[in-house]
Write a protein that binds this ligand. Structure first.
Ligand code: ATP
Ligand code: MG
Length: 407
């Protein structure tokens, strides 16, 4: 079946007025961004539905991409016929469409909705005209009015007649960008991409902050964090990736702070830098991938001492998740295989064998006086680099290509 468009139904549209307009405009923008790799596709975001006009593109890959975009309730591949199409034309298309999905023993019904009152047949006429023809032309199919296996919807509108027989569940949530802006502390690990995904689901536009420590961490580790970001663009489009040089901070802390407090003070510096970037970019909170009790820095006592450096909300969507639950989502959103690639992380390299699980705030403040907090922050902030990451970007493979050329 060659479909002419995908019809998209909006998700949580409980909000009214201007919010609804923003929701639709933002979803239209995000869908265009996510589908930008497909040639010739047109996206019309209208008040009741969003239409993705295929102009000859195959429907399947476009639907695959659409199924990940937040803010979509359901969608259907649709064939559009002329608004004056005859009942014979409707019958032909209906039989072809249903045959494509029909399995032995299945039932169907036709549901017509007629907005174009000038169309010569009424709802009953269209239902019966198509229903009878399908019964005569598909062997073994039966009509069932309540809960049929296949429901053929026929929308008779002023702009055309639309036929569809499949409804696919969308990603739900809110369009990314309708829920404010925040930053995300994104490592190369399993947890933080999952936490980012969960923030995005509630409509938050997220800028990724990644700390890296060359030469202790490699270009591959950085490329991996960028590729994780590229995976996350599937849910709402282009994402800003902010890399923050962290080597000097870590070396200084390692030299001047007692071993038990290395991790705590290092985390405080990370969060301080993240908070400064957050405010600078007019964002309103910082997401992390922390989960309570998972490691030494993620006890409630540690969180308190680390969190003390900022009054911004620090949002932890994974707070009460088990690792196995997090891994399941990571697999679902296709970040897991990348996350487990064994590149060094800036934290693990400088993590002492036994960090304090219950750091003391007074001691932390005392040891922190050994380092030049302001100076280190200034240097790190001067060294940040921002990259826009787009759907389909692939940094690890691009690097491989460059490397191959050098050989
Ligand atoms: P993840 O799987 O997200 O790396 P984790 O279980 O390894 O988490 P930690 O290494 O303690 O836990 O990191 C806790 C959180 O701190 C991460 O989820 C992330 O939000 C942030 N973080 C850690 N390392 C970095 C980094 N290099 N750049 C940015 N944020 C980081
Ligand atoms: Mg980690």
């Amino acid at each position: 079946m060659e479909y002419s468009e995908i019809m998209v139904r909006y998700g949580e549209l409980s909000t009214k007025g201007k919010n609804k307009k923003d929701f639709i405009r933002q979803l239209g923008h995000n869908v265009r961004d996510v589908l930008s790799g497909f040639d010739g596709i047109e996206v019309l975001a209208q008040h009741d539905r969003l239409h993705v006009l295929l102009h000859g593109q195959a429907a399947e890959p476009v639907m695959d991409a659409l199924s990940k975009v937040f803010g979509i309730e359901t969608f259907s591949p649709v064939v559009r016929l002329d608004k004056d199409a005859t009942i014979e034309e409707l019958q032909q298309t209906a039989v072809q469409m249903i045959s494509d999905q029909f399995e032995e023993g299945q039932t169907f019904k036709v549901s017509t909705n007629r907005q174009n009152k000038a169309y010569p047949l009424n709802t009953y006429g269209v239902d019966n005209g198509i229903g009878g023809y399908v019964l005569d032309n598909i062997d073994g199919i039966n009509v069932k009015m309540k809960n049929p296996d296949i429901e053929l919807r026929v929308d008779v509108r002023l702009t055309g007649i639309y036929l569809s027989s499949v409804t696919i569940q969308g990603a739900l949530g809110l369009p990314v960008g309708t829920g404010g802006r925040a930053t995300m502390m994104l490592s190369g690990g399993i947890d933080s991409p999952v936490a980012a995904y969960m923030g995005m689901k509630r409509g938050v536009k997220i800028d990724m902050i990644h700390f890296f420590s060359p030469p202790y961490t490699s270009q591959q580790a950085l490329a991996k964090a960028k590729d994780l970001t590229a995976k996350l663009t599937a849910f709402g489009g282009t994402i800003d990736f902010i890399e923050v040089p962290f080597t000097k901070v870590q070396e200084d802390i390692k030299e001047k702070v007692p071993e038990g407090y290395l991790m705590t003070i290092q985390r405080r510096m990370m969060l301080r830098l993240a908070a400064a970037i957050t405010l600078d970019r007019h964002c309103n909170g910082v997401f992390t991938g922390e989960s309570l009790g998972q490691v030494a820095s993620q006890t409630i006592e540690s969180m308190r001492v680390i969190n003390e450096v900022t009054s911004l909300p620090v949002l932890r969507p994974l707070l009460s998740f088990d690792k196995t639950e997090i891994i399941k989502i990571a697999r679902d959103i296709d970040t897991y295989d990348l996350s487990i690639m064994p590149f060094e992380d800036c934290c693990t390299i400088f993590t002492p064998p036994s960090p304090k699980t219950k750091p003391d705030l007074d001691k932390t403040l005392k040891f922190e006086k050994n380092i030049d907090v302001e100076g280190l922050m200034k240097d790190a902030l001067e060294g940040i680099k921002v990259t826009k990451i787009h759907v389909g970007d692939d940094y690890l493979n691009a690097q491989k290509d460059v490397f191959a050329e050098l050989l």
